[in-house]
Write a protein that binds this ligand. Structure first.
Ligand SMILES: C[S@@+](CC[C@H](N)C(=O)[O-])C[C@H]1O[C@@H](n2cnc3c(N)ncnc32)[C@H](O)[C@@H]1O
Length: 277
């Protein structure tokens, strides 16, 4: 049987177009995208070299390149990297994207220590790594390749948010014996039918970050008060000014622990500790 990591790249390899459009497909998904960009802008340094680890088809890599950063992109899925290379040329940012590579975040040995001014690993790459030890290895690799003091952004799937959405999107899963593993341990062996994903509680994500030598700055719920996907999409189409007010409230409350808890995507922003600090 192939290793789980190979299987997850099979899954993403077959859904490259979907993954490219995922963050802009509707208002609900745009919330994840918009909130992530807001917090990237808040915590990134003014310039420098950024690693986009598990960057998929490269949407954030291209955004960061357009903002003037130099970027290295890596992903486990070769199809995503090939697609990203094409998009990078199409969007005319090839001068800012230094390297695009197929790699596993649990082993970044091809990259030297203290290379990056910031590291992002967002939208769930670490959620696809099976086993706590392996997830810790990935975080320690992200830390190793970051410069001292560099911000590190880790985005994972949120357990409570996914449970809230299960009645809407995955009602058939709720009656299965595997549902207990999902809500008790966060482990889902039926992600997209047959792949592995781990869904984090906020405190579990924060513990993972701190245990691996990172100083936590803040944790953000990317969907927050907009976690109700269906009605967010309906309301935002019906009432544009009302939606703008709602967005304002979302931005103000995104880092509130309740917003973090109920989000399907949670972002932890941390910093690599300076030696001697
Ligand atoms: C949901 S996508 C997120 C893509 C992008 N970061 C975003 O936020 O839109 C998850 C990505 O993680 C990648 N991935 C999963 N496991 C990985 C691993 N061990 N190492 C590197 N990338 C991985 C997948 O190939 C996929 O492109």
């Amino acid at each position: 049987m192939p290793a789980r990591k190979e299987r997850i790249s099979d899954c993403y390899g077959a859904t490259v177009d979907y993954e490219w459009k995922r963050l802009v497909q509707d208002t609900y998904h745009k919330l994840e995208y918009r909130t992530t960009l807001l917090y990237l802008k808040k915590h990134l340094p003014g310039n420098g070299l950024i690693l986009d680890a598990g960057g998929g088809p490269g949407r954030y890599t291209i955004d960061l390149a357009k903002m003037g950063y130099e970027v290295d992109l890596l992903d486990l899925t070769e199809e995503n990297i090939n697609f990203a290379r094409q998009k990078i040329r199409e969007k005319r940012v090839e001068g800012k994207v230094r390297e695009t590579m197929v790699a596993n975040i649990t082993d970044l040995s091809r990259i030297r220590d203290n290379t990056y001014d910031a590291v992002i690993c967002i939208g769930g790459p670490i959620s696809h790594i099976e086993g706590e030890e392996n997830r810790n290895k990935a975080v320690s690799e992200l830390r190793r390749v970051a410069k001292e003091g560099a911000p590190i952004f880790i985005g994972v799937f949120g357990r409570i948010g996914a449970l809230m959405l299960s009645v809407q999107f995955w009602p058939d899963e709720i009656g299965l014996p595997s549902f207990r593993d999902f809500y008790e341990k966060g482990d889902d062996n039926r992600w997209h039918g047959r792949y592995y994903a781990h869904f984090f509680l906020p405190e579990e994500l924060e513990d993972m970050v701190k245990r691996n030598g990172l100083d936590l700055i803040e944790t953000v719920g990317l969907e927050g008060i907009g976690a109700n996907a269906k009605y967010v999409n309906i309301f935002s189409r019906k009432d544009r000014p009302g939606w703008q007010n709602f967005l304002e409230a979302h931005d103000k409350l995104a880092a509130h622990p309740a917003s973090v808890g109920m989000s399907a995507h949670i972002l932890a922003i941390s910093r690599k500790r300076r030696t001697g600090a």
